[in-house]
Design a protein around this ligand. Structure first.
Ligand SMILES: C[S@@+](CC[C@H](N)C(=O)[O-])C[C@H]1O[C@@H](n2cnc3c(N)ncnc32)[C@H](O)[C@@H]1O
Length: 268
């Protein structure tokens, strides 16, 4: 086993990350990237650990996945499933903050992008638990991606229990392996700023690769402690990322979330 593989195994087995079953390609990508920046193995490991901490963002909150998986399989009625979904949405900071404005949030976005038939939810976290509240048909084509395997498994059990026949969650690192399916709309909520920290320029490569008519990128209006305004910094991130492209951008604000509705045009 070479040094990179040894470090990769070591990190995947740490207590903090073991239960997440992260994709090995994510760790490999981080190690390769940091090996280009540092030559000292200790500096490489320290930097990879810092990036992993940022991209997994475990401090934002989680349900007990095992218990939730058992519970969701017992639910049958629409009311029970919706109550469960709302509880799941409160477990993570991003979805908890969106919850009071949920209907308004999606009404505003679909007023711009149209009501989609095919949706990608990139770095989805727990956001797909909003699906029963979106007033979309049960055969909506909804493809969700995250690196966190217990999240992905719970989402798939939930879709099945709700009868969303064409909804699916997949464990995938969207930077290493961007989705190739075409769709009218991609949600990319509250993650682009962390991706840019993982690797400068990574958003540009991802946004270019996506075959979607509308890319809906949301970013926080303030920091986690709600003490610093982030509007200008987030606008700058988006401006830099789309530089040179003639994509139309409409900005929508909902609660503390800024959404950049990027019209890439037809991508069949
Ligand atoms: C801050 S949460 C946002 C969740 C969701 N988009 C929302 O706003 O409700 C970020 C999520 O992105 C996932 N993630 C981070 N990097 C990723 C990557 N490269 N590919 C796929 N998922 C990723 C994390 O596991 C986490 O669930």
């Amino acid at each position: 086993m070479n040094d990179l593989e040894t470090l990769s195994q070591k990190l995947l087995q740490t207590r903090k990350y073991r239960a997440l079953h992260l994709p090995p390609e994510t760790i490999r990508d981080l190690i390769e990237q940091e090996s280009r920046r540092y030559s000292d193995p200790r500096a490489i490991e320290a930097s990879v650990r810092k990036k992993l901490h940022q991209l997994t963002a475990l401090y934002l909150g989680d349900p007990d996945y095992e218990a939730a998986l058992q519970e969701v399989r017992q639910l049958t009625t629409r009311n029970e499933l919706e109550a469960f979904a709302r509880r799941m949405l409160t477990c993570h900071t991003s979805t908890r903050e969106r919850l009071p404005n949920l209907a308004n949030f999606y009404t505003k976005l679909f007023a711009i992008a149209g009501t989609p038939q095919r949706i990608l939810d990139l770095a989805c976290g727990l956001n797909p638990f909003a699906l029963p509240m979106l007033d979309l048909p049960p055969d909506i084509d909804y493809q969700a991606y995250d690196i966190h395997l217990p999240r992905v498994n719970l989402l798939n059990a939930f879709f099945k229990q709700c009868g969303f026949s064409a909804a699916h969650a997949e464990q995938r690192d969207i930077l290493v392996d961007p989705p190739t399916q075409s769709a009218e709309v991609a949600f990319f909520f509250k993650e682009a700023h962390r991706m840019e920290q993982r690797q400068k320029g990574s958003n540009r490569r991802l946004w270019e690769a996506l075959r979607v008519e509308y890319l809906l990128v949301s970013l926080p209006g303030s920091d986690i402690g709600k003490t610093h305004d982030m509007h200008e910094r987030m606008r700058h991130l988006v401006d830099q990322t789309v530089q040179g492209y003639a994509w139309q951008i409409e900005e929508v604000e909902c609660g503390d979330e800024l959404v950049f509705c990027i019209h890439k045009g037809l991508q069949e």
